[in-house]
Design a protein around this ligand. Structure first.
Ligand code: ADP
Ligand code: MG
Length: 629
């Protein structure tokens, strides 16, 4: 058993305080909800209405937590999706056409449910199309597109004759469940909160799964996520649709609570307010959505009461003060209020780790090719950046059971070549074959699927997540349960296997003591080892390591070399870019030397060490101190 990391840095002691609160977070939640249920029928009507709104807003904000806080995408257009939910059911329930066609067939009681279905169908289609066209563009396009969508839908609601124009639609019936008429806020409020909490539970489960890790990986950048086998475009679209469906559900409940709809509540302003709720509450946390919804609802309520009394009622002062308060909160609590609340109550409330007791189900296994098989073959690869030729006619191969080192002075084109053979970028000319298949423009996830694992020169981990979760992401491709299964906790056996595999790889790399710490709390050299463990969790046949020894101490480098030797003995082919010549010469079976994008030498370490062109390149190049030394 090798152990690249032998000693614990002192700073880690502080990163892992033993927290023993008085009460567990789960118990506290149950108590709070039980209290709410107990006093529900005694609360004043007005309070109940406010709580209904908080529940409805929370649902929309939950979608935004997933989309923005977890997935890193911004939408200003959620109010429009709420509008789709509200108008779809309003139209189905009130239009004589729909009522005569459908009501006669299924009974009028079915109309609200048909309205919900229609809302979901429209939202699904619109969100999918909107997501698909914007997701590939990335950056600001999605937010801009949601603004355009939010604006246009708002005006559409107001201008459609059959949707009642600016006056809207009235006479929407109450929902009936099992003969019970949900016509008062007190009765529909129970449903609103039950639905909202149920949604929260499903989302919580989703985040705590293989699919949740894939969603979080979107924030780690497309290159990293795709290298783990995650189809990032698809996940983005699905996440966008999920958030939109939650907004639609909220709109449906809203319409049947209000019993009428008009365009105003689906304005772009309200879309911005929803985003505020998620961000102020704490966009990375599901409970942050509820906190944000509560704070903003109550704040607006109070401002509307207090400000006219203070400043007179002939200005829109509440909007101005509201805006200023938002700026203040965001400036002071950048991550939102929920994390702050968590920190403040850390001594009182403890959050026990979720224990997973399911029996692991075996993960997919790859049959590794026999030693000597060519895994990766690059032929005459040319890569031009404008006039610069970063890779000039580079050919090389990687075989199972060997360590092949790629060396060369800074700027020689090593990282560019790494991108060519891992699907990050494609060659201008020439060809890359992996496992005998011509790769062309195939994306990184295709390389991962064929058995390529890699690390990055600039570490790409999710710093706030544990080492265990980061490494488990590496095994993403080896399991199959999807979003719905994860939401319903039908993935527990598979999840147990993924976490067990991750822990095994972490221990194998000597980081067992760090598994449950946030990845960012480790030293940089250790984070590189975490990346190796993550690559190994995918059970690769070929492993590409970009400067794995950088930042490691002498003993740690030796342990890393031991680990790589062990992997080689197991039949992996390892391609390593490394500056540390002692490390390379002691480990590599073959070495390829690049200079100005060209291969200037290839051979065994002993041959390379005496090769005059190599010596000239290094001594002449001069910018690689360690090699020159
Ligand atoms: P190495 O990893 O060996 O230090 P790189 O592959 O990073 O070298 O870079 C090789 C050359 O290609 C450098 O001159 C670099 O400036 C250039 N280069 C790398 N990536 C790009 C890019 N995306 N656009 C333009 N030039 C690039
Ligand atoms: Mg480089």
């Amino acid at each position: 058993m090798s152990s690249p990391v032998s000693s614990r840095p002192a700073s880690l002691a502080a990163a892992q305080p033993v927290r023993q609160g008085l009460v567990s977070a789960r118990l506290l939640t149950v108590i709070a909800l039980a209290l709410l249920a107990a006093v529900w029928s005694f609360l004043p009507d007005f309070t109940v209405v406010v709580l209904c709104y908080i529940g409805l807003y929370s649902m929309v904000a939950l979608g935004l937590v997933m989309l923005t806080g977890v997935g890193g995408m911004t939408s200003f257009g959620q109010a429009a999706f709420v509008g789709v939910g509200a108008y779809a059911t309003a139209w189905v329930c009130t239009s004589p056409l729909a009522a005569s066609a459908l009501g006669g067939l299924l009974g009028t009681q079915a109309l609200p449910w048909l309205g919900l279905l229609l809302g979901f169908v429209i939202t699904f289609a619109v969100a999918w199309v909107l997501g698909s066209v914007t997701v590939k563009l990335q950056g600001h396009y999605l937010p801009l597109c949601t603004i355009a969508w939010g604006l246009s839908l708002y005006y559409l609601f107001g201008n459609m004759e059959f949707l009642g124009g600016q006056t809207g639609l009235t006479g929407i019936p109450a929902i009936k469940i099992a003969g019970l008429d949900l016509s008062s806020s007190r009765t529909i409020g129970v449903v609103i909160w039950a639905v909202m909490l149920q949604a929260m539970w499903l989302l919580h489960n989703l985040l705590d799964s293989r699919e949740g890790r894939a969603i979080r990986s979107l924030k780690g950048g497309q290159i990293m996520a795709e290298s783990m086998g995650v189809n990032t475009a698809r996940y983005r679209i699905k996440l966008f649709v999920l958030a939109a469906l939650l907004a639609t559900l909220s709109g449906w409940l809203y319409a049947h609570m209000q019993r009428f709809v008009s365009p105003a509540p689906f304005n772009l302003n309200i879309g911005i307010e929803y985003l505020f709720m998620a961000v102020v509450g704490g966009a990375g946390h599901l409970w942050g959505a509820v906190l944000g919804a509560a704070i903003i609802t109550l704040l607006k309520e109070k401002l509307q009461d207090i400000l006219p009394a203070l400043l007179g009622s002939n200005g829109n002062f509440e909007t101005i003060v509201f805006g200023l308060l938002m700026v203040l909160v965001l400036q002071r609590f950048a991550e939102g209020l929920w994390p702050t609340l968590q920190r403040l109550t850390a001594g009182l409330i403890h959050r026990p780790e979720n224990k997973l007791r399911a029996e692991p189900r075996p993960l997919d296994r790859r049959v590794l090719p026999a030693a000597g098989t060519v895994l990766l073959q690059a032929e005459h690869v040319i890569k031009r950046f404008g006039g610069l030729v970063a890779n000039n006619n580079v050919s090389m191969s990687l075989k199972a059971g060997e360590v092949h080192a790629l060396i060369g002075p800074n700027g020689a084109g090593k990282s560019t070549f790494f991108n060519m053979i891992s699907g990050v970028d494609s060659p201008t000319e020439g060809e890359v074959q992996l496992m005998g298949q011509v790769m062309g423009d195939a994306p990184s996830r295709r390389f991962a699927a064929l058995g390529l694992g890699r690390t990055f020169q600039h570490v790409r981990l999710l710093g706030q997540r544990s080492v265990l979760e980061n490494v488990a992401l590496g095994a993403h491709r080896r399991a199959h349960k999807g979003w719905i299964a994860s939401m319903l906790r039908l993935d527990r056996h598979e999840e147990a296997a993924l976490l067990a595999e991750a822990r095994k790889q972490i221990e194998r790399c000597g980081l067992g003591a760090y598994a449950d710490l946030p990845a960012a709390s480790l030293a940089l050299g250790q984070q590189r080892i975490v990346e190796i463990a993550r690559a190994l969790a995918g059970q690769p046949a070929a492993l590409l390591l970009d400067e794995p020894a950088a930042g490691l101490r002498h003993l740690e480098k030796q342990a890393l070399a031991d680990l790589l030797r062990q992997l080689r003995a197991e039949g992996l082919g390892i391609l390593v870019v490394e500056h540390d010549m002692e490390f390379v010469m002691n480990l590599a079976d073959r070495i390829t030397v690049l200079e100005f994008g060209c291969v200037i030498a290839t051979g065994k370490p002993a041959e390379i060490q005496v090769n005059q062109r190599v010596l000239d390149a290094y001594l002449g190049g001069g910018d690689d101190e360690e090699a020159a030394a």
